[in-house]
Every structure is written in structure tokens, then in C-alpha cells.
Write a protein of this length. Structure first.
Lengths: 116, 110
């Protein structure tokens, strides 16, 4: 069955420190992958999406970056965190039964980042 | 600029009431509109709407899309406390992108 693993689940980091959030997908191959950020229980802001290894599309200019070193691995990074980077980060991919491309998304359990 | 706007942003009602949540959009290359429910962590899928005027139903929840007026509504009848959540509207654009509105926080009081 399709699963998304995100870690760490919770992270508290000082301003200016680096960040690495990881997302690994199982039960599907060559999926589109997405990183969203949610602030204070509000809507989801699309940060990055990837249609394949090494292919990253950035939606919002910011101090975050993403990489896709393997087919089912998607990493969100920062060299120096800002206070405004605090939020709930969700990784997602399309439902495998729908062909694994764009459509109904399946979400991971998220990583909650607090920058102090 | 592409926009997905949900209203109201927050809604508090009593158990048993009927609620209507709104989602309007202005996006290029529209393909489909999706509704999600988020209680704690991962949003869960409710509906996907692609054609105008066809109502999707699941129990007490229903939704419909108007592609001429560029909006969708999500109705919940006979609300229960378990319906309390953030409801998210998202638009699939083109082949890859799914963008969301700000969400509506619904609180059902007993």
C-alpha cells in the first residue's frame, strides 16, 4: 500500500541554523512529489514540486530549496532558517491507483518546524 | 495571478446545523477542483470535481462545481462535532500543480 514517511515529525531550531526535512514514498514509482507549508492551521502553500529525479519546480522565492536525489525521496532544505520559516510542512504525492501522476493527493503526516 | 479564495475563513455553528463552504478561483489551465478535510495532520480527500453541475455526495457531505462562475460549494447537513476541521479547496492546474486556498476552519459546538 502507498505510504509517505516524513521526518522528523517535530523540530525546534534557532534562527540561522540549517534545515533538512525528508520525505520518502513507498508503494508507487516515479510519482510527482510536492512540498507544502501550512502556517497556523490555515491553507496549504505550494513550495516545490518535482516530476522526476533532479527536476524541481519552485513556486515561492524564499530561502528554502528542494532536491530529489532518488525517485521516491524528496528533501526540503535551508542553509539559514528565518523566523518566518516556522510552520507545518507536508509532503504529498498522487494516489497510485490514479496512475501516480497529478490528481487526488495523498499526504504524509507532516513535520512541524518551530524557529526560535 | 492565480487565486483560490475560500470563504468564510472561520465558521462556528451548533450541532445539527447545515453549513455551506465556498471556494472561488481564478487560475490558468484549470483541470479539476478538490476538497479536503484536515483534522490534525494529514489532509484527507473528500471530493474531486471536474464537470459543472454534477453534484458529488458522500453521506452528509455534498459538493458541486460551477465552471462558468468559477466557484464550488461544499455542503454539510446535520453537522456533528466530528465535522470540526479545516476544509481545504485545491485546484489542479495543468499536468502537475495542485494549489490550495487558505482553508475554512469549521467548529461545531455541541
Amino acid at each position: 500500500s502507498q505510504t509517505i514517511h516524513q521526518w522528523p515529525a517535530t523540530l525546534v531550531q534557532p534562527v540561522g541554523s540549517p534545515l533538512s526535512l525528508e520525505c520518502t514514498v513507498e508503494g508507487t514509482s516515479n510519482p510527482n512529489l510536492y512540498w507544502y507549508r501550512q502556517a497556523a492551521g490555515r491553507g496549504l502553500q505550494l513550495l516545490f514540486y518535482s516530476v522526476g529525479i533532479g527536476q524541481i519546480s519552485s513556486e515561492v522565492p524564499q530561502n528554502l530549496s528542494a532536491s530529489r536525489p532518488q525517485d521516491r525521496q524528496f528533501i526540503l532544505s535551508s542553509k539559514k532558517l528565518l523566523l518566518s520559516d516556522s510552520g507545518f510542512y507536508l509532503c504529498a504525492c498522487p494516489i497510485a491507483q490514479r496512475g501516480g501522476r497529478t490528481g487526488e493527493l495523498f499526504f504524509g503526516e507532516g513535520s512541524r518546524l518551530t524557529v526560535l | 495571478e492565480d487565486k483560490v479564495v475560500q470563504s468564510p475563513l472561520s465558521l462556528v455553528v451548533h450541532e445539527g446545523d447545515t453549513v455551506t463552504l465556498n471556494c472561488s478561483y481564478e487560475v490558468t489551465n484549470f483541470r479539476s477542483l478538490l476538497w479536503y478535510k484536515q483534522e490534525k495532520k494529514a489532509p484527507t480527500f473528500l471530493f474531486m470535481l471536474t464537470s459543472s453541475g454534477i453534484e458529488k455526495k458522500s453521506g452528509r457531505l455534498s459538493s458541486i462545481l460551477d465552471k462558468k462562475e468559477l466557484f464550488s460549494i461544499l455542503n454539510i447537513t446535520a453537522t456533528q462535532t466530528g465535522d470540526s476541521a479545516v476544509y481545504l479547496c485545491g485546484i489542479i492546474q495543468g499536468a502537475q500543480k495542485l494549489v490550495f486556498g487558505q482553508g475554512t476552519r469549521l467548529t461545531i459546538n455541541p
